[in-house]
Design a protein around this ligand. Structure first.
Ligand SMILES: Nc1ncnc2c1ncn2[C@@H]1O[C@H](COP(=O)(O)OP(=O)(O)OP(=O)(O)O)[C@@H](O)[C@H]1O
Ligand SMILES: [Mg+2]
Length: 334
């Protein structure tokens, strides 16, 4: 039996009685999974997270974490969750270690326990060598890792990550994915995360909800979502000049075969599994495959199918990310 860890039903947030940021969304997150909210800027990802972590009050609908209602039992919820927000929160003038200890203080964790945990977590995110350096000197990837360590100080059962790799380069992003996977394994945590990077959702998430303009437009594992487009496409050519359509059609998971100008175009489910079956079936009938390719749909095509727009077109540019950070720093009076 799958255990539900985060539950949302008709969850809705309307700002100023007019801006519908989150529009009647319902979903369950199961124990031990990484569940991702994938959507463009302004889709309602942060607003959803903020309701789940008890920072914002829903306008309508209900949500719970490990059975605790996010409105009526907000204190219980806060005790069992860890949060890594979209914007950086670390104090630049303090060292990495001091920042983690500060987070521990906020949870009222006794000093000796906090010290042990802080060092363990800094080790986990490979910052032990830099723990006494001021955060000011940290790179973007190091800052993100520090935020992860802070989010884990209270040993949360559920971790909420809002855009864990926003603004980082591709290489650093992949490194952060490894840390997140490691966290999940070592601490047996359930993770709810948001992202607008397709590759991130694909590489990291067990299941994804695609959110656009406040609504969930599709939900499933990355594989299921891609399969929902009608499957993978195999193209192949045979040495023999005969029609093998019927042979190919008889193979399990083959949905559709078209034969044109000596090339077969085959729609299948589960391309990697089905391709060898097709080749086997053809070989048994004496055919020789001389050309072959397998194309899998990407999450970008899934996004396009369900929203009518390409996510790549709406991805935040590096410039706007930097502008965003400057605004934040000004807001904090630096
Ligand atoms: N405090 C607020 N008051 C009014 N409108 C808001 C507020 N917070 C968010 N919004 C609006 O709600 C919508 C959803 O915003 P939200 O920050 O949840 O999106 P997001 O998916 O997290 O986007 P991003 O990828 O840019 O982080 C946007 O139109 C935003 O302008
Ligand atoms: Mg956001």
């Amino acid at each position: 039996m799958k255990e539900v860890v985060v539950r949302a039903e008709n969850l809705t947030k309307i700002f100023n009685r007019s801006i519908v940021a989150v529009d009647h969304i319902s979903f369950n997150v199961w124990k031990g999974e990484i569940f991702g909210f994938l959507g463009p800027n302004g889709a309602g990802k942060t607003t959803t997270i903020n309701m789940l972590i008890t920072v914002l009050r829903p306008t309508e609908g209900i949500a719970s974490v490990m059975g605790y209602d996010v409105v009526k039992q907000a204190n219980e919820v806060r005790k069992i969750i860890g949060v890594v927000p979209q914007e950086y929160t670390a104090d630049e003038d303090l060292t990495g270690y001091e920042n983690v200890m500060l987070c521990a203080d906020l949870y009222g964790i006794p000093r000796d326990v906090a010290k042990r945990r802080a060092l363990e977590l800094l080790d986990l995110v490979d910052l032990l060598d830099f723990k006494d350096k001021r955060v000011e000197t940290y790179s973007g990837g190091m800052r993100r890792r520090l935020e992860l360590a802070c989010g884990l100080i209270n040993r949360p059962r559920v971790l909420f990550l809002d855009e864990p790799t926003l603004g980082l380069d591709v290489h650093t992003r992949a490194a952060i994915w490894d840390y997140i996977k490691r966290l999940k394994e070592e601490y047996d945590m359930t993770i709810f995360m948001t992202t607008h990077y397709l590759e991130e959702a694909d590489a990291l998430c067990d299941r994804i909800a695609i959110i656009d303009r406040g609504k969930i437009v599709a939900m499933g594992s990355p594989g299921e979502l891609k399969n929902s487009l009608g499957g993978d496409v195999i193209t192949l050519a045979l040495k023999e000049n005969a029609d093998a359509t019927e042979v190919i059609k008889s193979v399990e998971n083959v949905k559709n075969v078209k034969y044109e100008n000596g090339v077969y175009r085959i729609k299948v489910n589960d391309g990697e599994v089905t391709a060898p079956l097709i080749i086997d079936a053809l070989r048994k009938r004496g055919y020789t495959v001389i050309r072959f390719s397998l194309t899998k749909p990407t999450l970008n095509e899934v996004f396009l199918e369900y929203t009518g727009r390409s996510l790549r077109d709406v991805e935040e540019s590096k410039e706007s990310f930097i502008a965003h950070r400057i605004t934040l720093m000004k807001a904090r009076g630096r």
